[in-house]
Structures are given as C-alpha cells and as structure tokens.
Design a protein around this ligand. Structure first.
Ligand SMILES: NC(=O)c1ccc[n+]([C@@H]2O[C@H](COP(=O)([O-])OP(=O)(O)OC[C@H]3O[C@@H](n4cnc5c(N)ncnc54)[C@H](OP(=O)(O)O)[C@@H]3O)[C@@H](O)[C@H]2O)c1
Length: 321
C-alpha cells in the first residue's frame, strides 16, 4: 500500500535516477513528481525502465516546486542550488520533509545530519534532513568505532568512480581523460574533509577519481592513543556495527568491485603497525547507493516511521546480510 508521496528535484542526475529506481520498488512510497529541465515532458519510463507508467519529468523551478504537494521532496541538485527551493517549500508547505543530497545544509545546526548508523539517536522528527556526502559516509563509518582512541587527525586516501562527479561535464567525469588514469583533485580542503571533521573527527582527506563508473574506497590511517591488535580492532568494528545490516565487516580489505550496485558499506583491512598505535582500514561503498540514494531512503523511512530498510532490504539480502 503506497501511502506517502515523494517529489524529486534534479531527477535526471545520477543520484536522482538511482532514487527513482529505488522508489519504484518501495512498498510505501510513490512518486508525486520528478523535475528535470533537460527532460521536461519526457516519460520517466523511457529513461528509467524500473519505473513503469505515464509519469513525466517536469521543469519545476523553486516557485513551482513550492506550489506542488508531496509528503517529502528530495533535492538532488549540485551544491549551492538548494536554498531557493528550500525557501519556497518553507513558505508554502513547511510540513514537507526535505532531504537535501547536496552539501548545502550539512553544516547547518537546524538540519538533522542523516547518517543513520551514527546519528539516528539524534533524530527527533526533524523535517529538514541533510544527506551526508559519499566519501564522508565511508570515512565516518570507518572512523566511528575508534573515535575515542584517536591521538591525531586521520589521513584518508580516497578513490572514487567518476559518477561521483555528477553529469555536468568536467575533467573528473570525462571518460577519455580518465582512461588508464588516476586523477588527484582537491588535495586539501575538500568539502568532505570539513564535513567529517565537523561531525565525527578531524581528517586529512586526499581524493582521487578513477576510470570506473560507480563505487569508492577510502583507506584510513588512524593514529591511536593506546596500542590495539589487528584482532581487537576487527572485533571492535564487528561489535560496533553488530546491529547494522548495511555495514559489513571483514578481515580482508574490501574491493570496490564487490560493493558496486549494492546497498551496504564494507569495512576491512584492520592492519596495525609494530607498536599497535597505527591502524589502517579500508571502507568501500557505492557512492550512488549508501553514499546517496540508499541513505536518502533510510532517512525518508526514518522520517515516515517506516522500517528503516523498507525498499532497501532485497539487495542487502542478496549480499548475504
Ligand atoms: N554522484 C554522487 O556520487 C553523489 C553522492 C552523494 C551526494 N551527491 C550530491 O548529490 C547532488 C546531486 O548529485 P548528482 O551526481 O546526481 O548530480 P548530477 O548527476 O549532476 O545531477 C544534477 C541534477 O540537477 C539538475 N540541475 C543542475 N543544475 C540545476 C539548476 N541550476 N537548477 C535546477 N536543476 C539543476 C540536473 O538536471 P537538469 O539539467 O535536467 O535539470 C540534474 O538532474 C549533488 O549535490 C552531489 O554533490 C552526489
């Protein structure tokens, strides 16, 4: 029984398209409208076969979005574009749940920062939800079990598939430039460095983009106050995420190819140096799923009081979770 409606602004993009696919299989969520300037008037089903029916993309600016009604609206726009939409929704339909996939509200105290495995205890019915960044999710899931033991900032070396750079053409999503290549960028001061430093622990983040399409890896280098064995570190992470179906823990360092297209994150590696005070672990996830659409769905489920894994569970099961 579909009993809540959702609008998606920026529905042509990588994350918007992924979300349409997930909503199609969600037992309680139905699309009310989807917006794209480029695909205005075209059938969603022609671009996203997972969503059959006659629903068409519309070109909704902020004012037109404010005039539409839905129980929730997901903003899947590039960074810096959400404010006008939020203001219009605020003015016309303040009770609408808004989930923003961009970084625009991740530093705003008035918004709930929705990384459910780490923050759901702080969810108290907020209707404004900032969805975390993809790299930021991977980093925080890796660091959280060891947060209390950190002696210094954590270094995180990141490699992402190029879908992380969105659809606006740039070097970072140009398959010709990426072929046989690894492209470093934003070597200091990346937004996700600030995001993780604000919400979990100080990090020094060094991102790269690679020629594959989806999935990212973070290799995190943690300096610890007290020595830990590799077994103890693994055990710590297992216990920390024991009740979390979307975080899988293993002894071996996980591979991006094994998590692409899946809902969950994987942590592994857990190598320590000779004195036990340096721990290295690897965190991988699909940037379009746990890094974006799956996490948005967890947050919508939480906001509506649904099972947090509604619409997510089948693939988690496939992964043997
Ligand atoms: N890609 C990822 O892995 C990922 C992961 C986590 C979070 N995010 C964040 O999620 C957001 C969306 O990312 P994405 O990768 O899906 O981006 P994308 O593929 O570039 O899509 C952006 C969407 O926004 C629309 N758009 C662009 N500029 C607009 C404007 N000025 N006004 C209205 N619509 C506009 C575009 O469609 P039309 O041109 O057809 O209107 C498109 O549908 C970004 O803020 C990104 O940082 C992305």
């Amino acid at each position: 029984m579909k009993n809540k409606t959702l609008g998606i602004i920026g529905a042509r993009g990588h994350t918007g398209a992924e979300l349409i696919r997930l909503v199609a299989a969600h037992p309680q969520l139905e699309l009310a409208f989807v917006s794209s300037r480029e695909l205005d008037g075209q059938r969603v089903a022609d671009h996203n076969p997972a969503y059959p029916g006659e629903l068409r993309y519309e070109n909704l600016d902020a004012a037109a979005t404010g005039a539409r009604r839905a129980d929730a609206i997901v903003l899947a726009l590039p960074n810096g574009k959400s404010a006008d939409f939020v203001a219009a929704i605020e003015a016309n339909a303040p009770d609408t749940v808004v989930v923003d996939l961009s970084a625009d509200y991740r530093f705003d105290e008035a918004w709930y920062y929705g990384l459910p495995e780490l923050t759901r205890q702080q969810y108290a019915g907020q209707r404004r939800i900032a969805n975390p960044g993809c790299y930021a999710t991977a980093m925080q899931l890796a660091i959280a079990p060891f947060k209390a033991d950190l002696a210094a900032p954590v270094q995180c070396f990141g490699v992402s598939g190029y879908s992380g750079a969105g659809t606006t053409p740039s070097d970072k999503n140009n398959p010709d430039l990426l072929r046989d290549n690894l492209m470093p960028y934003a070597l200091t001061g990346h937004l996700h460095e600030r995001e993780v430093s604000r919400h979990t622990a100080a990090v020094e983040f060094i991102p790269h983009v690679a020629p594959h399409f989806r999935g990212l890896a973070i290799t995190a280098n943690l300096h610890l106050k007290k020595a830990l064995t590799a077994e103890a570190a693994l055990q710590r992470a297992r216990e920390f995420y024991a009740a979390e179906p979307l975080v899988a823990i293993g002894a071996d360092a996980p591979w991006v190819s094994r998590v692409a297209g899946r809902h969950h994150a994987m942590l592994g590696g857990f190598a320590v140096d000779a004195d036990g005070k340096r721990l290295v672990l690897v965190s991988v996830l699909d940037n379009l799923l746990k890094g974006a659409a799956t996490q948005a769905l967890q947050n919508l489920n939480l906001a509506f009081g649904f099972d947090e894994l509604a619409g997510i569970f089948p693939t988690a099961h496939e992964a043997g979770l």
